[in-house]
Write a protein that binds this ligand. Structure first.
Ligand SMILES: C[S@@+](CC[C@H](N)C(=O)[O-])C[C@H]1O[C@@H](n2cnc3c(N)ncnc32)[C@H](O)[C@@H]1O
Length: 351
């Protein structure tokens, strides 16, 4: 069995967005040539969403092409194996120009249905931009990192795993610098304070940034999680020491977001993905950080305001924001999976 520790968050809500579209389509009872659904899972992770999407299409006996990507090639290989084990067929048939296609699966070979799954290594903004056309029915992102990356992969994503290298990258194959190298190259105190404060709001950011820059100046190695934990802990005043775990969490989150360019990727993805939606298609984003949710909410509000005016002076709406109030996980999910407690989900529909 392939290792998988990741429990998908807001899975039911993410899948029911797509199920609504399938039911709407079936309700029309058209005799049109059968539709091939086009779906994109931009954050494959442990494969939870992708596997549930496949199951949904199987339940309704629909044709589909599902593209799923992740920056992390280990995640892609894990899910490729999971799909082979759980669904029994996996064949690499073709490459996607410009990307590493890790697995191309065709489950339709034994039936008359088109059932294709393509697992691609890449940044969701790049994959959508360069590879998908304007016929997408559903695009979903479930942001951040997976429990597999946190607990199995030893990339320094947790401040508790002290012997890990200070890496923090999702994409270990890229030219993106690991955290220890970024800390070596950062120009100075002000820049590092900004990195820490802007995404965490941590009040001790200037002090922590100062201690990191000082440590670097003294030639202290900052290559393992333990090295950085020591410097951060040392910068916490005694009176605040009891809050040290909260402070370490916020520092780690800010550094992870910085290393992986998470806000930039999301900002780039939003307009491109909206361009790829068919009328009636949906885009859904699950965020775990209030600033991410803010980026999504602001963008969804803006694009659903009606930019154009028709011949009669009425506003023409391209999109409808279906979650003006973000959807939150149910109490039962939060009880069963503590990771879900900070999740918010927003959905946009092309009209
Ligand atoms: C929370 S997990 C997704 C879990 C998945 N929905 C599931 O049910 O198993 C987030 C994943 O997104 C990936 N990721 C983060 N930023 C990315 C980006 N810009 N492009 C592609 N993948 C990204 C991470 O490597 C991680 O595997």
């Amino acid at each position: 069995m392939t290792d998988n520790l990741h429990i998908p968050v807001m899975l039911g809500e993410s899948i029911s967005n797509l199920e609504v579209l399938i039911l709407r389509h079936l309700d029309l009872k058209t005799k049109l040539p059968s539709k091939v659904w086009q779906v994109f899972d931009g954050t494959l992770g442990g494969g939870g969403y992708t596997i549930a999407i496949i199951a949904l299409f199987q339940k309704y006996k629909q044709n589909y092409q599902l593209y799923a990507c992740d920056l992390d090639s280990v995640a892609i290989d894990r899910v490729g194996l999971r799909l082979q084990e759980e669904l029994g067929f996996c064949k690499k048939t073709k490459d996607i120009p410009g990307f590493i296609t890790k697995h191309q699966l065709d489950f339709g070979l034994k039936s008359k249905l088109v059932q294709e799954v393509c697992l691609i290594q890449g940044n969701f903004a790049d994959v959508v931009n360069q590879f998908l056309d304007g016929s997408m029915d559903y695009l979903i992102l479930d942001l951040g990192f997976s429990s597999n990356q946190l607990e199995l992969d030893h990339r320094g994503l947790s401040y508790l795993q002290e012997s890990d290298s200070l890496d923090l990258r999702y994409d270990q194959d890229s030219r993106v610098e690991p955290l220890w190298l970024k800390l070596k190259h950062i120009k100075g105190h002000q820049e590092l304070t900004k990195v820490l404060f802007n995404s965490s709001g941590e009040k001790l950011s200037p002090r922590i940034a100062g201690r990191i820059i000082e440590a670097r100046g003294r030639g202290t190695t900052l290559e393992t999680v333990a090295d950085l934990v020591a410097v951060v802990t040392d910068s916490i005043p005694k009176i605040m020491y009891k809050n040290r775990y909260g402070i370490l969490s916020r520092v780690w989150q800010a550094l992870r977001i910085w290393v992986n360019g998470e806000f930039e990727a999301l900002e780039a993805f939003l307009p491109i993905s909206q361009d790829k939606l068919v009328v009636g298609g949906r885009l859904a984003i699950v965020s775990f950080h209030s600033l991410e949710d803010k980026i999504v909410a602001k963008n969804f509000r803006l694009v659903s305001q009606g930019q154009e005016i028709d011949d009669y002076g009425n506003k023409e709406f391209d999109f409808k924001h279906l979650t003006a109030r973000a959807l939150l996980p149910l109490e039962a999910e939060i009880e069963a999976n503590a990771r879900s407690r900070s999740a918010t989900m927003r959905t946009l529909e092309r009209v």
